[in-house]
Write a protein that binds this ligand. Structure first.
Ligand code: SF4
Ligand code: ZN
Length: 310
């Protein structure tokens, strides 16, 4: 059994990520992290047979690269021998690029909000009990530091390997929680999982597409300060610091991510304001009309409206 599989299987057992009767929708983006999440979950129920259904779930964002991404996730689902379900943002009246322009927001910010919404709503409506994502240990550590630095403490209870859902919020699981980005990349290459070469024309966000580009920049040993974009520069600086820590004290990243889980657990359930309902669609929202509904309206409006905070 591969080292990454032993690691992920331990995470699944330690945090009870899978339970009999589960239907788990794995959000696949065409990138390597989500491919590894799907494959290792699939491998787990192969090695330890249990009554769990795994479904690959893809959100087509309607970008110029969507065709290649779609072919990649189809190949992945076929290799894993699981059903693939695809939703197109256009079918929900959303045009990510147009809404970003109307709202004068970065495309990644609009895209992230759309994905978070659909990743909760669609699987729940189709009978899923859990949704799985490809966030790995390095993502958790970088996001934890950024949230601390930005005093976004409300996010910390959401940073464990399993976020138990309430009401219309589905339970979210992160099977790669204790695996590093490098371990994941090595595994994906060794198994030969299909990964899109050019998954997205934008690379400023925190999703796996953007991270793949950042990993590439990183592998070229670019000094963080030499990179002009603030998001990339911050990411590289934190990742560089974490890697140095790991070199000097092997295992410190894994121990720290377990500490983050313990902190998230002790902080308890997320702030209840996140559990209010959108008056338009009825989905969970922190404001009277949810971000997704505002994006949908902006998708149908002309370009150049006053900037709006989403
Ligand atoms: Fe969306 Fe990620 Fe592309 Fe940004 S990089 S637009 S968050 S898919
Ligand atoms: Zn809404």
């Amino acid at each position: 059994m591969a080292r990454l599989e032993r690691l992920v299987f331990g995470t699944i057992r330690r945090y009870r990520l899978l339970e009999g009767g589960d239907t788990v929708y794995v959000a696949v983006s065409g990138g390597k992290d989500s491919a590894a999440a799907l494959w290792t979950l699939r491998r787990y129920i192969e090695v330890y047979p249990m009554d769990v259904r795994i479904v690959a779930f893809h959100i087509d964002l309607g970008f110029s690269t969507s065709g290649e991404v779609l072919r990649t996730v189809e190949a992945l689902a076929s290799k894993a021998d699981v059903d693939l379900e695809v939703v197109h943002v256009g079918d929900f009246g959303v045009d990510v690029e147009r809404a970003a322009s109307t709202l004068r927001r970065p495309v990644c910010s609009v895209c992230g909000a759309v994905k978070r919404y659909l990743m909760n709503r669609v699987p729940r409506e189709r009978g899923a009990t859990k949704v799985a994502t490809g966030h790995h240990m390095d993502d958790i550590l970088v996001n934890f530091i950024k949230n601390l630095a930005g005093k976004h403490l409300d996010w910390i209870p959401k940073m464990g390997p399993k976020l138990v859902g309430t009401g219309r919020l589905l339970t979210k699981i992160r099977p790669l929680y204790e695996a590093s980005g490098e371990e994941v990349a090595k595994y994906v290459r060794a198994v030969g999982l299909p990964v899109a070469k050019c998954p997205c024309p934008y690379t400023m966000g925190s999703c796996s597409y953007a991270k793949d580009t950042l990993e590439m920049v990183r592998s070229l040993s670019v000094r963080p300060g030499a990179v002009r974009t603030r998001h990339i520069s911050t990411y590289l600086a934190i990742r560089g610091g974490l890697d140095k820590m790991e070199e000097g004290a092997p295992g410190i990243k894994r121990r720290t991510v377990r500490g983050i889980h313990e902190l998230a657990r002790r902080m308890g359930v997320p702030n209840p304001r996140y559990l209010a309902q959108c008056s338009t669609c009825g989905e969970p929202s922190s404001s009277p009309i949810c971000t997704f509904c505002r994006i949908r309206v902006a998708s149908q409006s002309g370009v150049g409206k006053t900037a709006e905070k989403i």
